[in-house]
Design a protein around this ligand. Structure first.
Ligand code: EPU
Length: 417
C-alpha cells in the first residue's frame, strides 16, 4: 500500500512541465491498431492507464516498446487476437476504444464492458448505435461482441454529447467504405488530437472540434510519427493548486486555448492568470472569492476539474454552488473533504459550499482519479498533515504528481507502507 502525505500551508513557486494528455493517449494508442505500419507516438504520459492499454494490446499480439520514457513504438501488424482478458479490460474505461479499432481493422471485436472511475451508470449505448449504423451486429451482455461483413459509411446523430462515442465511432469509420457523418459530437481537445493522429496516418477526417465530423473512408492507414497534446486536466490541476496556496507558478507545455474556462474561473475567484505562448502563469492573491461553476462538455468547464475547484472553493469567502451536468454522480470525494472541515452539502447534482476559514489535515482517501487530485489540493491548503490513501487512482492519470508538487516547494511525499 502506498499513500501520499502532505503538510499544508506552503505557497507553490516555480515552474512545472505538463505531461502528454491521458485521454488523448488512451485513444491514440489503440487507434494504432488501424495502422498498417509502425507508429511512433511521442509525448506519451508515463501513467498507469497507458501501461494498462499497452499491456492489453501486447497480450493481443501487438509489438510495443518504449523508445524512451515518453516515446512509444507501436506495431500492430502481428496482432492476431480480437479479444482481451476481462481482468485487464476492467482496469480502465478507455479499453472500450479497442472495440472501435478492432471492428475497423478486423470487422470483429469481443471486449468486456470497461471499468474506470465509478460515477454512477456509464452506458455505452451511443457507441453501439454508431457501430450498428456502420453495419455491425453488436451484442452486449457483460461482453461487447461486435462483428460485420463490411462496414459502410453512414450518418449518426448522437443523442448525448459523448467523448467516448465520438471517438469510438470515428475509429470504426476511418476504414469503412464511403462517407460517415457524425453529428452532435463532443469537441474536447483529445478528439481533435485523435483526428489529427489518424489524418497524419492517411485518414480523411474533417470537422473534429466542431459539432459535425465528416469521415471519408480510406483503404488503409500508413505508419508515421505523432506527438500527443499536453494534458488539459493536469495543467488545470496545477493552476488551481497555485491559486489555492497563494503561490506563483508557471505551468509549462500547455495550450492556453484549451484552458480558457479554467483560467476565466480562476480570475473570477481572485487569481492572476497570464497566458503566454505555450505556458500559463497563475498567481494567487490571497483572496479566494466565492463562485458558481457548472460543468459542461468542452469548451465549458470540464467535469474532470470539478473536485479540484470544489477543494479550492471550500475555503472561499461566501457560498459557492457547483453543478455537475456531465455525470450522474461525481461527488463521492466530498465526504473526504468534510473530514478536513469543509462545509459542503450535496443535493443530487449540486454541491453547496459554505467557505470555511481553514481546512484541517486528516486521513482521507482518493475515491477516484480527479477526486484524488482534489484531495491533494485540499492537503496543500490545509493546516497540518493530510494522508491520502487509495492513490492508485491518482497514478492512473497523473505522472509523478507528488514529485511535481515537491519541485514547486510543497511538503509532500509518497510513503510505502
Ligand atoms: N453517455 C451515455 N451513453 C453513451 C456514452 C455516454 O448516456 O453511450 C453519457 C454518460 O453517462 C455521461 C455523458 O454521456 O453522463 C458523457 O460521457 P462521455 O461518453 O463523454 O464520457 P467518457 O467518454 O466515458 C471521457 C473521459 C472522462 C471525462 C468524460 C467527460 C476518457 C477516457 N474519459 O469519458 O475522463 O470525465 O469524457 O468529459 O476520455 C477522467 O479523465 O478522469 C475521466 C473520467
Amino acid at each position: 500500500m502506498e499513500k501520499i502525505v502532505v503538510c499544508g500551508g506552503r505557497e507553490l513557486h516555480g515552474e512545472v512541465t505538463i505531461s502528454g494528455a491521458k485521454n488523448a493517449a488512451v485513444a491514440i494508442i489503440p487507434a494504432a491498431i488501424l495502422v498498417d505500419g509502425v507508429c511512433v507516438i511521442e509525448n506519451v504520459p508515463n501513467i498507469r492507464d497507458v501501461h494498462v492499454i499497452v499491456g492489453i494490446m501486447e497480450h493481443m499480439g501487438a509489438k510495443i516498446e518504449f523508445l524512451d520514457k515518453y516515446t512509444l513504438r507501436v506495431d500492430c501488424s502481428s496482432m492476431d487476437k480480437q479479444t482481451a482478458p476481462q481482468e485487464m479490460v476492467r482496469k480502465m474505461r478507455a479499453s472500450y476504444y479497442l472495440i472501435g479499432s478492432l471492428l475497423g481493422r478486423f470487422h470483429k471485436a469481443e471486449i468486456a464492458m470497461p471499468g474506470g472511475c465509478n460515477f454512477g451508470s456509464r452506458p455505452i449505448d451511443q457507441h453501439i448505435k454508431g457501430f450498428r449504423a456502420l453495419g455491425a451486429e453488436v451484442a452486449c451482455e457483460g461482453m461487447v461482441r461486435a462483428s460485420a461483413d463490411e462496414l459502410v459509411g453512414t450518418s449518426v446523430y448522437l443523442d448525448i454529447v459523448s467523448v467516448g462515442a465520438t471517438i469510438n465511432i470515428m475509429l470504426a469509420a476511418v476504414l469503412a467504405k464511403g462517407n460517415t457523418t457524425i453529428e452532435n459530437v463532443a469537441k474536447e481537445p483529445h478528439i481533435v488530437d485523435l483526428a489529427n493522429f489518424l489524418n497524419a496516418m492517411g485518414a480523411d477526417i474533417k470537422g473534429a472540434g466542431t459539432d459535425v465530423i465528416r469521415i471519408r473512408g480510406v483503404e488503409k492507414l500508413r505508419g508515421g510519427t505523432y506527438s500527443i497534446i499536453p494534458d488539459q486536466i493536469e495543467a488545470g490541476t496545477f493552476m488551481i493548486a497555485a491559486a489555492a496556496t497563494g503561490g506563483d507558478v508557471l505551468v509549462k507545455n500547455v495550450i492556453p486555448k484549451h484552458m480558457e474556462s479554467v483560467s476565466a474561473k480562476l480570475i473570477e475567484i481572485g487569481a492572476e492568470v497570464t497566458e503566454l505562448d505555450d505556458a500559463i502563469r497563475v498567481k494567487g492573491t490571497g483572496v479566494i472569492k466565492k463562485a458558481n461553476v457548472k460543468t459542461l462538455p468542452y469548451p465549458g468547464f470540464p467535469t474532470d476539474m470539478q473536485p479540484q475547484i470544489v477543494a479550492l472553493l471550500s475555503v472561499a469567502e461566501g457560498t459557492s454552488i457547483v453543478t455537475e451536468s456531465v455525470w450522474d454522480s461525481r461527488f463521492q470525494y466530498v465526504d473526504e473533504l468534510r473530514r478536513m472541515g469543509a462545509d459542503i452539502r450535496v443535493d443530487g447534482k449540486t454541491a453547496v459550499i459554505n467557505g470555511v476559514r481553514n481546512l484541517e489535515g486528516a486521513s482521507v482517501s482518493a475515491t477516484d482519479l480527479r477526486g484524488g487530485a482534489g484531495m491533494v489540493i485540499a492537503g496543500l491548503m490545509a493546516k497540518g498533515s493530510t494522508e491520502i490513501r487509495e492513490i492508485q487512482h491518482i497514478d492512473r492519470g497523473y505522472e509523478k504528481m507528488e514529485e511535481k508538487f515537491k519541485e514547486l516547494g510543497a511538503d509532500i511525499h509518497r510513503v510505502f507502507e
